[in-house]
Design a protein around this ligand. Structure first.
Ligand SMILES: [Zn+2]
Length: 390
């Protein structure tokens, strides 16, 4: 659970005028134009799906990197190697003593940002005014942000940091990269078959209503180039919709902010959406049924990211990969799926039994009368994966 912006020159001018006015009166509401400028792609063909960027989240990432003296391996890694990272370091370094960074340790975690802070920021607008859109979901209020005061203090600090550093100037000066991401996404999204993959994901699990009720789901992907290697998912309710969001980069595995890879991006989107459906049932199954360590494995993978996590998290990662493999096979065929997705996980990713779990899922597909939803099949699947061989 713990793994942008285009405007034409005239519009840019309008926006900066709006911002200046807004700051001078220090009170404003988010305009549609501002939000539109953050949208890279949007569709409502069968499913609602948006790809966007978020300057306020990027500002928080940059502030975190600054707090760590630009030595993070996750945030703007190898800062000196890439022009955009170097420019960020140069631009923001003079503000290392800003009050937002004073008591900042709580907002970073293990050389990375704090995941709950992203959960908080997604409930606010992506504009400098950081208008509250909806209540911050309870799941992001357990540690750093226990009460409204702690949330307010973070939001105020970030707003003030953005304004004081004139972060807008930095983002405006670096719009070129964002524009190229926007055109890249636009020209490649169809061939990536992302929308079809999301639809197939919903059909495959068939638990949309069970977990998200009758309110429609709006899927979203928030992209950043400042944290190129990690992807995670978030979900929250607004008054009219359920939002399921992936927060990730458009970059390839090299973590070069200028290298874009739509297929890799899409793999992460589907991976994270699957987590939002299956983590809850797997948590319940694994924590109630797989507790006897004489009968059940405690470690399923040697993957360094997951090997020390609780069993249920290791099960999530296994099963998400296997289900994603089945969905990709439906869309792209078995050969592509193994070459592109599964072989690397089996050989180098620490998921040696992925092939077996992938094959076992055919029992679900064959007998959907017995298993109307993935939740009906998961107990047997978890047992298969976690039970020690006698
Ligand atoms: Zn995962």
């Amino acid at each position: 659970m713990f793994k942008k912006i285009i405007v034409v020159v005239t519009l840019l001018f309008c926006l900066s005028t709006i911002f200046n006015v807004a700051f001078s009166i220090d009170k404003k509401t988010t305009t549609k134009k501002e939000l539109d400028s953050n949208i890279l792609f949007e569709t409502s063909e069968g499913i609602e799906y948006t790809i966007s960027t978020n300057e306020m989240i990027d500002t928080y990432i940059i502030a975190s990197a600054l707090y760590m003296d630009f030595n993070s391996e996750i945030l703007m890694p190898n800062t000196e190697d890439y022009a955009i990272y170097k420019r960020a370091k140069e631009f923001f370094s003079p503000y290392a003593n800003h009050s937002f960074l004073k008591d900042f340790n709580k907002y970073v975690y293990n050389g990375d940002i704090n995941g709950d802070a992203i959960g908080v920021l997604l409930s606010y607008s992506s504009t400098p005014s950081l208008d509250k859109i909806c209540e911050v979901d309870a799941k992001y209020r357990n540690y750093v942000f226990k009460d409204d005061e702690e949330i307010d203090s973070f939001i105020k600090g970030l707003k003030s940091f953005y304004k004081y550093t004139n972060a807008k100037e930095f983002f405006d000066n670096n719009k070129g990269l964002i524009n190229s991401i926007k055109s890249y996404v636009k020209y490649n999204i169809k061939d990536s078959r992302l929308i079809e993959l999301i639809k197939r994901t919903e059909e495959y699990v068939n638990t949309k209503n069970k977990y998200f009720g009758d309110l429609p789901i709006e899927y979203e992907t928030v992209l950043t180039v400042f944290r190129p290697s990690m992807a995670s998912f978030y979900s929250y309710k607004t008054h009219s919709t359920n939002k399921i969001v992936t927060f990730q980069s458009p970059n390839d595995f090299t973590c070069d902010p200028y290298k874009l890879d739509i297929n890799y991006m899409v793999e992460n989107v589907i991976h994270e959406y699957l987590h939002s459906y299956i983590n809850t049932p797997i948590y319940h199954i694994a924590t109630s049924k797989c507790t006897d360590t004489n009968k059940y494995y405690t470690r399923l993978t040697e993957n360094t990211l997951y090997r020390n996590m609780p069993l249920y998290r290791q099960v999530d990662e296994y099963i998400v990969r296997a289900i994603e493999g089945r969905i990709y096979t439906q869309v792209f065929g078995k050969e592509y799926t193994f070459n592109r997705l599964l072989n690397k996980e089996i050989r180098f990713g620490g998921f040696e039994r992925l092939d077996e779990i992938y094959n076992y899922l055919s029992n679900y597909e064959i007998d959907r009368n017995k298993f109307p939803t993935i939740d009906d099949f998961l107990p047997g699947l978890v047992e298969k994966l976690t039970r020690r061989l006698d």
